[in-house]
Design a protein around this ligand. Sequence first.
Ligand code: C5P
Length: 290
Amino acid sequence: MTAAEPCADAVQEFAPAKINLTLHVTGQRPDGYHLLDSLVVFADVGDRIAVRRADRMRFKVTGPMAAGVPVDDSNLVLRAAHAAGVTRAEITLDKHLPAASGIGGGSSDAAAVLRALTRSHKVRPLSGGRLLRLGADVPVCLAATTARMSGIGERLAPVAGFPSLAAVLINPGVQVHTPDAFRALMIKNGAAMPSIPDFADTAACCDWLAAQRNDLQAPVVNMVPVVGVVLDALENQGAVLARMSGSGATCFGLFDSLATATAAARALTEARLGWWIRATTLAPRLSRPA
Ligand code: C5P
C-alpha cells in the first residue's frame, strides 16, 4: 500500500475542483462580506479524502500538491471534522489541487470530509450557518453539482440541464489572498446575472457565458499580472472563452471538445514549465467515486 492508497476499509470521497464560470459581485453586507451571483460547476479533477474510525484524531496530507498544506487545526478538513463533533478519526487528504487558487480546494476538501464522516461516523448534517462559517464556498461544494450561488454562498439553486463543457485549468503557481482580491474591487454593486437559459448546444452556452463576468478578474490581473498571461495563453491555444475562477489565480479555458482541450493542455505543459495545467470535463453530477 502506498501513502496515496488508504486501507480498504476507509470511506473515500472525491473533492472536485469548483469552477466559477461567472462571478458577479452585486453588493456588500455591513459585515464586509460581498454578495455574489455565480454559476458554479465542478471538474473531474480534484483531491481525495479517506476516513477511518480511530482511537484519536490523526490527519495526514499526501499527494503531488501536499507541500505547504497545513496539518494543524488551520486546515479546513480538521475544522470541518471538529464542527461535526468528531474527535477520533484517521483522515487522509490526498492533495492534487493547488492551494489558495480560486477552485475551492480547501472548501471542497471540507465538504468531502463531511460527506465521508456521515458514512464512517454517522454524523448529522451541519446547519447551513455552520457550513458557511467554515467558508463561503463550503455549501456549494457540499452540493457538488452545477448551481447558481448567491448571497455570500448560502443561497443555492440547482441548474438542471446545463451542458458538459471541455476545459483546461491553469494555475501559474501564485497564490491570491481572497480578501485582497475583494478589497481591490472598484465596483461592488454590479448587475446580477440574467436568468440562465436552456442551451441548444455548448456553442450557445459559451456565447452566453462570454457575455457574463468575473468581477474579481480585472483587479486580480492588476495585482498579479501573470494571471493576464495565463488568460492570453489560453486564448492563443484556441479557447472559446478564457476567464479566471473565483479570486484566482486559476483560470479556465473552454474548448469545443475534450480532444482540443487535451491537445491545448499538452502544448501549454510543454511551453510553461511550473504551471499547473489540466484538461478536464466540467460535468453536472454529484461526486466521482474515489
Ligand atoms: O468564507 P471564506 O473563508 O472563503 O472567505 C475568505 C474571505 O474572502 C472573507 O474573509 C472575506 O474577506 C472575503 N469574502 C467576501 N465575500 C464573500 C466571500 C469571501 O468578501 N462572499
